[in-house]
Design a protein around this ligand. Structure first.
Ligand code: CDP
Length: 217
């Protein structure tokens, strides 16, 4: 069902959702997009698919030349691959994501969603990709809560992992995402913080939707 607020305006309406791993961004973004009748882009897939291309070719995801070439060669088919999640893909995505050439190569594709209005989730949507987004949400949760969620996801998929390993991997990836010089994970000054540590998906959605309605009213 299209939301009357969005349908009425006809303007560019980008909703930027940033935050660390397993904070609940994807679930929230997908639901907001469906409710508002907007397209949704999970920008993490772009970095995951780039990392995967490099690994497939036997390359090093930390090598700027190889990773940038892989980002430039990305196709829609790469985004639909079923092997973009899991510890190896996570680490490769974070490595390629630290390379400025990779980020530059993926920028136009992300910005092409602007004119129609869209919901995008990632790390730098409100800071770099759409600094003028109509709504910016920064969704986070404590590390133990996020690690527990990711561990449950992996377990449900039958991927063996210990909670300690998942926590350590997530801590390392958070640190890489926050410390890199190219578009680090950062809350935009004008973003609304939503801490989902003690919230289920329904509550997070209600809080976010109320904010979106307030901002777009
Ligand atoms: O699903 P999860 O939150 O674990 O990760 P993701 O959103 O799929 O992102 C995977 C990795 O891509 C992150 O750890 C970041 O290093 C990178 N990324 C980024 O740098 N910028 C974005 N807009 C989205 C993802």
């Amino acid at each position: 069902m299209n939301d009357p607020i969005v349908a009425r305006s006809g303007e560019c309406r980008v909703i930027a959702i940033d935050g660390p791993a397993a904070a609940g961004k994807g679930t929230l973004a997908r639901r907001l997009a469906a409710t508002l009748g907007l397209p949704y882009l999970d920008t993490g897939l772009l970095y995951r698919a780039t990392g995967r291309r490099v690994l497939d070719a036997g390359g090093d995801p930390a090598d700027p030349f190889t990773a940038t070439e892989a980002a430039r060669a990305l196709t829609q088919t790469d985004l639909g691959r079923t092997d973009l999640r899991g510890p190896v893909a996570d680490a490769a995505a974070a490595q390629v994501a630290a390379i400025p050439g990779v980020r530059a190569a993926l920028l136009d594709f992300q910005r092409s969603f602007g004119p129609t209005g869209a919901v995008l989730d990632g790390r730098d949507i409100g800071t770099v990709v759409f600094p003028n987004a109509a709504v910016k949400l920064f969704v986070t949760a404590s590390l133990p809560a996020r690690a527990q969620r990711r561990w449950l996801e992996l377990t449900a998929k039958g991927t063996p992992a210990s909670l300690d390993e998942v926590t350590d991997d997530m801590r390392a990836r958070d640190a890489m995402d926050a410390a890199r010089t190219a578009a680090p994970l950062l809350q935009a000054p004008d973003a609304t913080l939503i801490d989902t540590t003690d919230m289920g998906p329904d509550e997070a959605f209600s809080v976010a939707l109320a904010k979106v309605r307030e901002m777009l009213a």
